[in-house]
Write a protein that binds this ligand. Structure first.
Ligand code: B1M
Length: 216
């Protein structure tokens, strides 16, 4: 669809206002929020990622593209994950220590909120201790860690270790995700659940919260 391509192009150029308007126009045309996200916004960000890797664009260009991405996702927020099973419960969410990428994490949070969950978003560059302290403080059973760098994904193991050290491992479901993370890595560090995208993360969190609520 032409408008999705236009959204992708505008995002690549970092035109936040145009992205916002076009995302709204696409919604008005009846295009599903998930389609706009994947084939418009994420498609554009994918191109930026490749150019970034090839040194064809630089950090400031990526930052303005990221700003445009955020503007677009905010418009989609009410529509994303509005359907499906819902649950009441608290989730602790953050991007691990040393990592400043937050677009994926924010999408995860948005979709979880769309499913009725209360998300305590700790932001970016979050040390392992802070994830676990927040879970204890908020009496939450699900901790969600995002990492986008191969150099920071190891911090997720620290989250698991700190949970053990503080004696709360058995009371927590530790979920991990982000581009360099996979099932094998999640298993190797002793995390409970890996999901590849925000929608499946939200579904898995709902399922876990329902299980924890049933045990309470
Ligand atoms: Co950076 N960066 N970046 N970057 N950046 C990547 C990740 C990179 C792959 C680019 C590349 O080389 N092609 C590369 C990592 C290489 C590696 O480690 N393998 C990279 C690098 C190297 C860096 C710097 C080191 C660059 C430098 O300074 N020299 C630096 C590091 C800064 C730091 O964090 N300490 C850096 C900086 C930045 C910006 C600040 C400029 C900006 C971030 C802005 C922001 O987030 N506010 C940025 C961006 C935007 C990117 C790319 C282009 C896009 C990332 C993104 O937002 N994607 C990225 C290249 C790429 O991914 N194509 C790149 C869209 C987002 C929706 O996807 O976050 O993957 P993602 O989330 C997905 C899934 O992964 C999943 O759900 C989402 C989709 O539904 N998901 C989860 C995410 N978290 C989850 C948690 C879950 C479950 C699923 O459960 C808990």
């Amino acid at each position: 669809m032409e408008i999705l391509d236009q959204i992708s192009q505008a995002l690549q150029k970092g035109k936040a206002k145009d992205v916002k308007e076009m995302v709204q126009a696409a919604l008005d045309q009846g295009i599903a929020a998930q389609t706009i996200l994947v084939d418009g916004l994420l498609s554009g960000m994918g191109v930026v990622g490749v150019k970034f890797k090839n040194n064809e664009v630089y950090v400031p260009d990526v930052l303005i593209a990221a700003r445009a991405m955020k503007a677009g996702t905010e418009i989609l927020r009410p529509q994303l994950a509005a359907d499906g099973v819902k649950a009441t419960g608290k989730i602790i969410l953050g991007t691990v220590k040393g990592d400043l990428h937050d677009i994926g994490k924010n999408l995860v949070g948005m979709m979880m909120e769309g499913k009725g969950l209360e998300v305590v978003d700790l932001g970016v560059d979050v040390p392992a201790e802070k994830f676990i302290d927040a879970a204890i403080e908020h009496n939450a059973n699900v901790v969600c860690c995002s990492a986008l760098l191969t150099t920071t994904m190891g911090e997720m193991k620290n989250v698991v270790e700190v949970a053990k050290a503080k004696g709360v491992r058995e009371k927590l479901t530790i979920m991990v995700g982000g581009a360099p993370v996979n099932d094998a890595f999640a298993n190797s560090i002793g995390a409970d659940i890996y999901t590849p995208d925000a929608a499946s993360a939200a579904e898995a969190a709902v399922a876990k919260v329902l299980e924890w609520n049933a045990q309470a």
